[in-house]
Design a protein around this ligand. Structure first.
Ligand code: 13P
Ligand code: SF4
Length: 333
């Protein structure tokens, strides 16, 4: 305990000395989250980090988030105390992206008739492929708006990498969706989804919902749209991280709610009447990798002018150029 307190004090001291902004996603461990200058969901962090003036951004989150900051602000030095890769983002790279396009072409749909949209949970290289084809990025907070805008082009949407998000938003817009490679008819679909998913959000099941509804008949169920469509259909509220926070914080204190998203965030939401919608602990392993010691080491390396190579985010000029196009198109909307 004493050791953690000292580390905290050291981190605060270093932050005050250095031209640095410490950023943390809502899923970070509590002790890291508490020390951040900027916190938020992926959309808020992309916007807020872009607006900061400090030379160094120390980003506690997963790799694609740090990359997005670097793409939007290449002049900044972006450091991640742990470059942990989101399991979903790792399910797609440029090779898989191209392979999927070929499968879509083989189904009789030409590239000119496709508008790609990538969930922000993807590498800068994938965002760049999407940007090059005239497509854009979305997050779970703005996916509805971005997909609606994309449909104005009259093209089919190729949505990567999260099949659940693609299917859930297709449903809420009364559109047809299909998944590449699962045998469904791609020509019939308005939204063609890549077959990726988040293993953390797959832990929530309809049986978990039934369990809570039976135990507490008045309970509300709130889940993230990365959950399976069957789970979202059986829930009372589906929203991104920041939308879930707002929804739950505005509930009357006595209202019970079971939440289907990452453990660290749910755990600090509300002291009473808030349940985790799972019998297992839904921690995101990669978000949990960053420790106070890692944050301290990274700040100390800035002070000592001896930055550890493995913590610095770098993105090629080509990927910055096109990934930025895809991100800027999102910010414009
Ligand atoms: P948010 O866009 O809601 O922050 O989600 C990021 C994420 O990784 C959810 O699993
Ligand atoms: Fe990626 Fe899932 Fe972790 Fe979010 S919760 S960072 S989608 S692995």
């Amino acid at each position: 305990m004493r050791f953690i307190l000292n580390l905290k004090e050291e981190i605060i001291k270093l932050k005050n000395e250095l031209d640095v902004t410490l950023v943390a996603h809502f899923y970070q461990r509590d002790e890291v989250f508490e020390l951040a200058d900027i916190t938020g969901d992926s959309l808020e962090l992309a916007k807020k980090a872009k607006a900061t003036t400090s030379k160094y951004i120390v980003f506690c989150g997963v790799g694609f988030m740090g990359e997005s900051v670097k793409v939007m602000s290449p002049e900044k030095t972006v450091l991640m105390p742990k470059i942990a890769c989101c399991a979903m983002a790792r399910m797609i790279d440029e090779g898989y992206y191209e392979e999927n396009l070929v499968k879509i072409n083989e189904a009789g749909i030409a590239n000119e008739d496709i508008l790609p949209i990538t969930y922000i949970n993807s590498s800068a290289a994938v965002k760049a492929r999407v940007g090059k084809m005239g497509g854009m990025v979305c997050t779970s907070s703005n996916a509805y708006k971005i997909i609606e805008k994309g449909l104005e082009s009259g093209k089919k949407i190729f949505f990567v990498p999260d099949r659940c998000l693609g299917q859930n938003f297709a449903k809420s817009l009364n559109l047809k969706s299909a998944i590449v490679g699962d045998g469904s008819d791609l020509k019939e679909a308005d939204i063609i989804c890549y077959n990726g998913f988040c293993s953390v959000h797959q832990q929530f099941t309809v049986e978990d919902i039934e369990f809570y509804r039976e135990k507490y008949p008045d309970i509300l169920i709130a889940v993230h749209p990365e959950c399976d469509p069957k789970v979202c259909d059986a829930s009372d509220f589906v929203g991104s991280t920041s939308q879930l926070i707002k929804y739950i914080k505005e509930l009357p204190v006595e209202q019970k709610v079971a939440v289907g998203t990452e453990f660290n965030m749910v755990n600090r939401l509300r002291s009473k009447n808030t349940y985790i919608l799972s019998s297992t602990k839904p921690e995101c392993p990669t978000m949990n990798e960053t420790t106070l010691q890692d944050v301290y080491n990274t700040l100390k390396s800035i002070k000592d002018e001896n930055i550890m190579k493995e913590t610095e985010i770098s993105v090629s000029e080509e990927n910055i150029k096109y990934a930025r196009l895809a991100l800027e198109r999102m910010f414009e909307i």
